[in-house]
Design a protein around this ligand. Structure first.
Ligand code: NDP
Length: 288
């Protein structure tokens, strides 16, 4: 029969993780700070634990998904010695440094540590597009990989516990950059009563086509060869005041785009006019 699993934290994501484990046939023990959130999971077959320590005692694998790593640390601090011999899989969003710190802390208490970054919203968990990035104790990963597959794909990023968080934050960085641009575009078109939803018909293929150039830009970043025959920084810098001017004329804030103008200006001032946008990755790398 399937291995027992404990889930600490039943927010939107933790509840989805626990439900996926139940659907995969695992006995699941659940704990949440405010106990009312256990109700729906218990109705699906989970066992409620009165304390986090009781929950941890119930299974060799402990999945943690709280709001922040400060909360994770607080809960781990209250566990005493129950965590010894367990594997802790922390799927809480955090930084590489926090993951390394929590890894050291759990090791001190005799537990194995895996950090994870969930590349999905709760509704996507266990679906075809969901996956989780993992890093840390490789043996623990191999031992529990089949169980963790209940959430979706499993992607190994390395034995440094901070690697999953680094990948997770980098992927989300790309997402936020793209979505903030999309929202700025919506703000601009609706000043002329153009439907943002209808404008998406033009926007989605355009952004998609531009994104398809990412591997080539990535190669320029990797090799340091930024000379371009596509679109130079000089051309981009010359066009950019048109954006801020149009935002002003149309009554749209340019607070998101002003930093972009500043880095284009700096790139050209520092002699990179003939390079492509890929050069900006160098300018953004401090102490290079
Ligand atoms: P929710 O706000 O729905 O849930 C937060 C959970 O954290 C609750 O169970 C809450 O308990 C618990 N919590 C907060 N502070 C403490 C504390 N000090 N001690 C104990 N428990 C605490 O958030 P989500 O479930 O959406 O997100 C959880 C994590 O998953 C976050 O790190 C998030 O970034 C990450 N994530 C979320 C995604 C999403 O789409 N939702 C996508 C990918 C990652 P209580 O109920 O008692 O308040």
């Amino acid at each position: 029969s399937a291995a027992p699993v404990t889930v600490l934290g039943l927010g939107m994501m933790g509840a989805a993780l626990a439900a996926a484990l139940l659907r995969a046939g695992h006995p699941v023990t659940v704990w949440n700070r405010s106990s009312a959130k256990s109700g729906p999971l218990v109705a699906q077959g989970a066992l409620p634990a009165a304390t986090a320590a009781d929950a941890v005692a119930a299974a060799p694998l402990v999945v943690v998904c709280l709001l922040t790593n400060d909360a994770v640390q607080e809960v781990l601090d209250g566990l005493g010695t129950t965590v010894a011999g367990k594997t802790v899989v922390n799927l809480t969003n955090g930084t590489p440094a926090q993951a390394r710190e929590l890894s050291a802390l759990t090791a001190e208490r005799g537990a194995r540590y895996l950090d994870g970054g969930i590349m999905a919203v709760p509704q996507m968990i266990a679906g075809p597009d969901a996956y989780v990035l993992y890093s840390g104790d490789h043996r623990a990963y191999e031992t529990h990989r089949a169980t963790l597959a209940a959430f979706g794909g499993t992607t190994w990023t390395g034995t440094d516990p901070g690697r999953a968080a680094l990948h997770d934050l980098a992927l989300l960085t790309g997402m936020y950059g793209m979505l903030l641009g999309v929202l700025q575009a919506f703000a601009l078109v609706r000043t002329e009563h153009i439907s943002a939803e209808e404008f998406s018909d033009l926007l989605v293929p355009w952004v998609g086509a531009m994104l398809a150039g990412a591997p080539e830009m990535g190669r320029a970043v990797d090799t340091g060869r930024h000379l371009t025959d596509v679109s130079s920084l000089a051309v981009n810098q010359a066009a950019f005041p048109n954006f801020t001017a149009a935002f002003r004329d149309q009554g749209v804030s340019s607070e998101l785009f002003e930093p972009f103008q500043a880095i284009l200006d700096r790139a050209v001032e520092e002699g990179n006019s003939a390079d492509g946008l890929s050069r900006l990755a160098d300018l953004l790398t401090l102490g290079r």
